[in-house]
Write a protein that binds this ligand. Sequence first.
Ligand code: KIV
Length: 302
Amino acid sequence: MSEDKASAPYGQPRPTDASPTRKKMTVPKVRARKGGEPLVMVTAYDATFARMLDEGGADLLLVGDSLGMVIQGNDDTLAVTVDDIIYHCRAVARGTRFAHIVGDMPFLSYNITPQEAVRNAGRLLAEGRAHSVKLEGGRAVVPVIERLVAAGIPVMAHVGLTPQSVHAMGGFRVQGRDDEGAERILEDAKAVAEAGAYALVLEGIPSDLARRITDALDIPTIGIGAGGGCDGQVLVCYDLLGLTPDLRPKFVRRFDELFERGKTAMQQYGAAVRSGEFPAEEHTFGPAPSAPPRPRAVGMGT
Ligand code: KIV
């Protein structure tokens, strides 16, 4: 490490995984994974987590409107704005080298007019540096998907349990459990694929329905609470890392317990400060190194 780096107290997160074989994930590569190696998608909201998840091998990072819940602390996603998503997308983009970044279209950012949808989606790509957008809905959003795709904006669709319709659904409830509901979701899935979506999130539906939809479409399906028959899976990173202590949804597997581990680290830091054990000598700066003596000037008149 150079002298400058060793003594610089702060630094920008800089992605460093220079794996020579790994290439950037793109929309055509996502599509090509239909029926092949499962796609791994996870949410991300900032540069440091994005770097960790990207270096950990995520194919896609979703800057989800779930940030309204896990970052902003709300009970639902409805208060999230386009500017919020742009802010978090930009941070995620700075920490990402390989994963495809999907920016979520927030509530009412695409449902009023297709023109507004194009403007908002365009901002997620131009200002947020996302590579594609995701939006919720079935047949009702077909005209919007068509307009976005025509404008060169790749769209990931999302059917089943659509959190932005939490009040219409009467809560975050599994959808498509009866024949009529299942048929409706299947028809919605076919319609968004037909409209040009390059992939489809299936959330909160029975696994046999998810498998039927996956078999019926030629675009990849990415499931959350939809069983193992999809072409990929997505989880909220706070859930898979164990950062949401009060929530244990059935469809989540926690791959770590970072909330508990972070709390323990905090307790250890507090104890070290209170006992005077931290900071130790190695964490402490001394005076500036003394400058080498300057050679005596030799010249005319000496
Ligand atoms: O906002 C989000 O995180 C999502 C995923 C749960 C699919 O939409």
